[in-house]
Ligand binder design. Sequence first.
Ligand code: ZN
Length: 154
Amino acid sequence: MASCELCGEKVSDLTKVKMEGTILKVCDSCTDMGEKVTTRTKKSSKSRKKKKSRIKRTATPADKTLATDYGARVKKAREAKEMTHKELADKLNEKQSRISKIETQNLKPDENLGRKLQKVLDITLYVNSEVSNYNVSNADDRDATLEDVADIKD
Ligand SMILES: [Zn+2]
């Protein structure tokens, strides 16, 4: 416990005030009688204005999903380039049968082959999962209550 240098009241917390050129440690009720001395002024004026760092949202491969019409995309691009199955297969170092299976969507290209197809045919096979139909319909149901969702699942 410290006592106020002005009124002598015992308090736990004293405030520094400037009174007639003298710094006094006083209680709360006496602070109004002097000029409050704030030691924090310097610190706060020093605080630099920092530019808000931008949060970059980088799309990772995990966010991408194979387009539902990947076969059509491959076929269309291959035909536009006037390539045969064999020519495309040779370029990709793949079997011709795999290419035709992919075009008929009987085979999903693995990521490695998918990326090669994208490069060679100059197409996009991987789309943002955010724009997939599943998520779009989910967004529409945003107002659905938990009970509603449970009903749908049943
Ligand atoms: Zn006092």
